[in-house]
Design a binder for this molecule. Structure first.
Ligand SMILES: N[C@@H](CCC(=O)N[C@@H](CS)C(=O)NCC(=O)O)C(=O)O
Length: 224
């Protein structure tokens, strides 16, 4: 199937989902750690458009954008399918993945990095987005049904990354009483050995988000 390399950082939630997918498929790969403060020529050549990680290198080609990479992996290594086989379910899984990346991640980060009245507004919006995800779990163990699937990997940042953002932001979004299904899913997902294997140490994430949230708050404080 050819050599597989992943340009990534250990702290990135977008990169973790690719590692999980490769592990679920049993694909051997080389992890190339990128320094995002001093981007390597390899990253700049492999993803000249966005210059972001993750990038998957396979058979002389480079594939950026984590959702696209997940689909590519699923098409090349067909065993342990990630996306649903039914076209309508597949389309909906893609819809919720896009929603999660565009609304939930940035909504949650927005709620954690703001303060005061702005934070209240951002929190309301983030809670509304999380409620949509909660509904997707009704009657299911995983977003993919009985087995882990594409959408589980996409929202797999929630158990660790959201917890860290909440801690630094000083707010709680994923309350157990409000989101019982997401809460239970988070706990189950986090305990899966293959998932745990690729999680960055919590302390690293804490210092990473501490710096990022302090930076955003200082910018906001300077605004007239
Ligand atoms: N939509 C992209 C987002 C990737 C992304 O934002 N990666 C961050 C790391 S978490 C990055 O490379 N940032 C570097 C930069 O913005 O210059 C994906 O799904 O792959």
């Amino acid at each position: 199937m050819g050599e597989v390399k992943l340009i990534a950082t250990t702290q990135s939630l977008f990169c973790a989902r690719i590692q999980w997918a490769l592990k679920l498929k049993g694909v051997e790969y080389e992890f190339i750690e990128e320094d995002l403060r001093n981007k390597s020529p390899l990253l700049l050549e492999s993803n000249p458009v966005y210059k972001k990680v993750p990038v998957l290198l396979h058979n002389g080609k480079s594939f950026p954008e984590s959702l696209i990479i997940l689909e590519y992996i699923d098409e090349v290594w067909k065993h342990n399918p990630l996306l649903p086989q039914d076209p309508s379910e597949r389309a909906l899984a893609r819809f919720w993945a896009k929603f999660s990346d565009e609304k939930v991640i940035f909504g949650a980060f927005g709620a954690c990095r703001t303060e005061g009245e702005q934070q209240e507004k951002a929190k309301e919006a983030a809670l509304e987005s999380l409620a949509f995800l909660e509904k997707q779990l009704e009657g299911k163990k995983f977003f993919g049904g009985e087995e882990l699937g594409y959408l589980d990997l996409v929202v797999g940042w929630i158990p660790l990354w959201l917890g860290v953002m909440e801690e630094i932001g000083g707010i709680k979004l994923l309350e157990e009483e409000r989101f019982p299904l997401l809460h239970e899913w988070s706990q189950n997902f986090h305990q899966i050995p293959l998932i745990k294997e690729c999680l960055p140490p919590r302390d690293n994430l804490l210092s990473y988000f501490q710096a990022s949230i302090s930076y955003h708050r200082s910018l906001a404080a300077k605004k007239p």
